[in-house]
Design a protein around this ligand. Structure first.
Ligand code: OAA
Ligand code: MG
Length: 580
């Protein structure tokens, strides 16, 4: 009985499928069909997972009690897509587009993902950075229906019960935040929920994880944001953040409940935690759970990919370059460590040695050995021998970097003087202004190109449009972790991997860099276009899975022979299914 139903479920997209069936990444990830509550008639139109709106066929309208509930016309998904794109384009305000997209997701999930996949370059800045940042700031007013789980201190001792309230049972990926450092916008408390929701939308659209397997979670331990605490529309706990033992005990209850409820292969992505918790949580859980910190590891992997690719434009090997960071938090130290690791693997030099060409500046100036005693643990490896230097411009002059990377969360810090100094020392300086959203970028693409007289190789965390300067068009790259985490996570899930290893991050970087072609290099690009992201994610997933098999942490056996093909065949596609 079960095998017959599974055959029905795995009918190729476009074929007739029992509407009780879920589309599933791999056969053993299928939910047993009878476990799904099925609606018909009016409720079917209200069920975003199955609703097709005007695209229900005559036969489906008869079979599922929809006659009269819809006007006579039968539309196609393509026509629906065209109509919604047209109406989205009429909004001038990005936040209005964001709200319209969220409403679509709540109305018709497949249409939402079809739009996002087919128009990724246009819609990414709406459902993701920069607009998602503004959405979080105003989440109290935007909030209509829960898009994920809210786990607050009120649920202490009952987190397992709360997880069971979520309607979907076969979860593969959780993105969790505690809202303390949302992008470069600071503590947004419970309103940080927009971030896990946005990240998981990309897990599906960019990486191919099916929507029902994704669970956004916001842990609410309070907020120190006075503005929110005094905002009558604030949706979170109205108290200062719990810290210390209370915080760690609560997080521990959460991590234990997650593993108990979903098993060993559930991927937990930590997102936008503050530095002081992010490193500790990652270090604590990476040996017992399948965890990934996007801000430390995902950002590191995407930046390393850009650096590997950029060597075609800059020349030399990675070990020939000197790196200077503004910002020594999760992103800065995460990237620095991965660069040091990659150089170490390539040159056989110990990491302690390869770190020496990587310098970091924090709010107090260059991190140097004289400051070692007062530094937080994650900064200590970067305290090299040097006299004190207390600002970025002087640090650029002292260190003479070939690569300058901004991860401070503070906007407009790559001033004209800083960019000019980089350009005076390097024929082709590489500058990455990674802080998000756009308002926090260290400089704009336009500034980087004009101040360097068009010589810079530039990438930023949030998108900038192409820019014409001296009759030449420049294409800034978007060094955002969304190139990595969807494919990375998909690779872990499809191979049943139980632990993340740094070598998988390196594998993901290499896979992404390998997708940059001569055509892209000719335009000065060091990242491939987002339009190809599904293919890119399949390659990243395959490389990550291959590494997991090599390391013996992948449990899905036998290993598929062609991992790229396997990844592609497992990916969720948003085309409508036919219902019997
Ligand atoms: O969300 C993004 O665009 C990138 C990211 O992880 C962050 O800035 O925290
Ligand atoms: Mg983040």
């Amino acid at each position: 009985m079960e095998s017959t139903l599974k055959e029905q479920i795995s009918t190729p997209a476009g074929g007739v499928e029992d509407m009780y069936g879920e589309d599933c990444a791999t056969e053993d990830q299928c939910i047993t069909p009878w476990a799904i509550a099925v609606s018909s008639g009016y409720n079917l139109l209200r069920d975003p997972r199955y609703n097709k709106g005007l695209a229900f066929t005559e036969r489906e309208r008869d079979a599922h009690y929809l006659r009269g509930l819809l006007p006579p016309v039968v539309s196609t998904q393509e026509l629906q897509e065209k109509k919604i794109m047209q109406s989205l384009r009429q909004y001038d305000v990005p936040l209005h587009k964001y709200v319209a997209m969220m409403e679509l997701e709540e109305r018709n999930e497949r249409l939402f993902y079809k739009l996002l996949i087919d128009n990724v370059e246009e819609l990414l800045p709406i459902v993701y950075t920069p607009t998602v940042g503004e959405a979080c700031q105003k989440y109290g007013s935007i909030f209509k229906r829960p898009q994920g789980l809210y786990i607050s201190l009120n649920e202490k001792g009952r987190i397992l019960e709360v997880l069971k309230n979520w309607p979907e049972k076969s979860i593969q990926v959780i993105v969790v935040t505690d809202g303390e450092r949302i992008l470069g916008l600071g503590d947004l408390g419970c309103q940080g929920m927009g971030i896990p929701v946005g990240k998981l939308a990309l897990y599906t659209a960019l990486g191919g994880v099916r929507p029902s397997a994704c669970l956004p979670i916001t842990i609410d331990v309070g907020t120190n944001n006075e503005k929110l605490l005094n905002d009558e529309f604030y949706i979170g706990l109205r108290q200062k953040r719990a810290t210390g033992q209370e915080y760690y005990d609560f997080l521990h209850e959460f991590m234990s409940a997650v593993k108990q409820n979903y098993g060993e292969k559930i991927l937990v992505q930590f997102e936008d935690f503050a530095n002081h918790n992010a490193f500790e949580l990652l270090a604590k859980y990476r040996t017992t759970h399948l965890v990934f910190n996007d801000d430390i590891q995902g950002t590191a992997s995407v930046v390393l990919a850009g650096l590997i690719a950029s060597l075609k434009l800059l020349g030399g090997a990675l070990c020939d370059h000197t790196f200077l960071f503004l910002g020594a938090g999760e992103a800065g130290t995460g990237i620095a460590e991965l660069i040091a690791l990659e150089i170490s693997k390539k040159t056989n030099a110990p990491v302690e040695e390869t770190r020496k060409k990587i310098w970091l500046v924090d709010s107090k100036g260059l991190i140097v050995s004289g400051r070692k005693e007062t530094l937080q643990a994650f900064k200590k490896p970067w305290a090299h021998e040097h006299e004190p230097v207390n600002n970025l411009l002087d640090a650029v002059k002292a260190v003479k970097p070939t690569v300058l990377i901004g991860t401070s969360g503070v906007g407009q810090t790559f001033t004209k003087e800083v960019v000019e100094a980089m350009a005076s020392m390097n024929e082709r300086p590489l500058i990455m202004a990674l802080s998000n959203p756009t308002s926090q970028a260290e400089c704009t693409a336009e500034e980087a190109y004009t101040w360097s007289e068009g010589r810079v190789v530039f990438a930023s965390g949030s998108p900038f449009p192409s820019f014409e300067y001296n009759e030449k068009i420049y294409f800034p790259g978007q060094a955002n972790n969304c190139y990595i985490f969807p494919g990375f996570g998909f690779g872990l899930v499809m191979s049943g991997t139980i632990r993340v290893h740094d070598d998988m991050l390196l594998a993901a970087s290499e896979a992404l860099a390998a997708q940059v072609t001569d055509e892209h290099y000719a335009k000065g690009m060091i990242y491939p276009p987002f339009a190809d992201i599904r293919k890119i994610s399949a390659h990243i997933a395959a490389s990550v899975a291959a590494k997991a098999y090599e390391l013996g942490v992948a449990t899905r056996l036998p290993r598929p022979a062609d991992l790229v093909k396997y990844a592609e065949s497992c990916m969720y596609t948003p085309n409508y299914r036919s219902y019997r």
